[in-house]
Design a protein around this ligand. Structure first.
Ligand code: AP5
Ligand code: ZN
Length: 215
């Protein structure tokens, strides 16, 4: 299956993607995680991305689209993938369509996670992620690690993302409404959008998502 996950910052895209990718046996491709890995490795791409991310703005398409396409061309993504955080504006969606068409394949669904803004703010404020691997995600109330400040998966140190500060979160939400939400209409015209509520326990949302995807 080829799936795009959309939803505001803090909706739980990364959290759900980990379970859905496992259930569906497809790789989880997160452009946010790819950027964070590049930043921690000190690559040129990471240096280019960091100032935009810290300001809550989108990294320019010239950088993002190439990185996403490179990842989608890896052997593990030949038969499907779950995209998390890409595409994030209409020009990225158009570039993805061109790339898929060149491979003669199509998206199966765009899963839209709906969460009220006050819940998103609570989720982001309490989020802590792992220094080793930004896909290891916890929450000070909703998903506590066994030992405070330590990743359950790999033992890494947990910290608060630089872009999870209140002012940056406000900017990210604005960018979501103005630049990312229009892709939902873009995909609705293609008949691909399934919307689910992302409220409730993590496993309840996963079950809802599997039903929405017809699995
Ligand atoms: P990115 O990393 O993609 O961030 P985002 O879209 O803002 O999404 P988040 O990671 O904040 O949230 P999430 O929905 O994954 O929630 P999570 O599962 O962690 O992007 C960061 C930046 O990178 C962008 O601002 C931009 O600069 C750049 N970038 C990335 N992609 C780009 C692109 N395509 N183009 C240009 N720039 C790009 O959950 C949140 C918290 O809630 C966690 O603590 C979790 O434990 C908790 N939680 C999850 N589910 C539940 C639940 N059901 N109940 C209670 N708590 C829950
Ligand atoms: Zn970890």
């Amino acid at each position: 299956m080829r799936i795009v996950l959309v939803g505001p910052p803090g909706a739980g895209k990364g959290t759900q993607a980990a379970f859905l990718a496992q259930n569906l046996s497809i790789p989880h491709i997160s452009t946010g995680d790819l950027f964070r890995a590049n930043i921690s490795q000190g690559t040129d791409l990471g240096k280019q991305a960091k100032s935009y991310m810290d300001a809550g703005q989108l990294v320019p398409d010239e950088v993002t689209i190439g990185m996403a396409k490179d990842r989608m061309e890896q052997p593990d993504a030949v038969n499907g993938f779950l995209l998390d955080g890409f595409p994030r504006n209409v020009s990225q969606a158009e570039a993805l369509d061109v790339a898929l068409k060149a491979d003669d394949v199509k998206l199966d669904a765009v899963l839209d996670l709906e969460v009220p803004e006050d819940e998103v703010v609570k989720r982001i404020a309490g989020r802590r992620i792992c220094r080793n691997e930004s896909a290891h995600v916890f929450h000070v109330v909703y998903k506590q690690p066994a030992t405070e400040g330590v990743c359950d998966v790999c033992g890494g140190e947990l910290y608060q993302r630089d872009d999870d500060k209140e002012e940056t979160v406000r900017k990210r939400l604005e960018v979501y409404h103005t630049q990312t939400e229009p892709i939902i209409d873009y995909y609705r015209e293609q008949g691909l959008v399934v919307t689910i509520s992302a409220l409730g326990k993590v496993e309840e949302v996963t079950a809802r998502a599997m039903v929405a995807l017809g699995r």
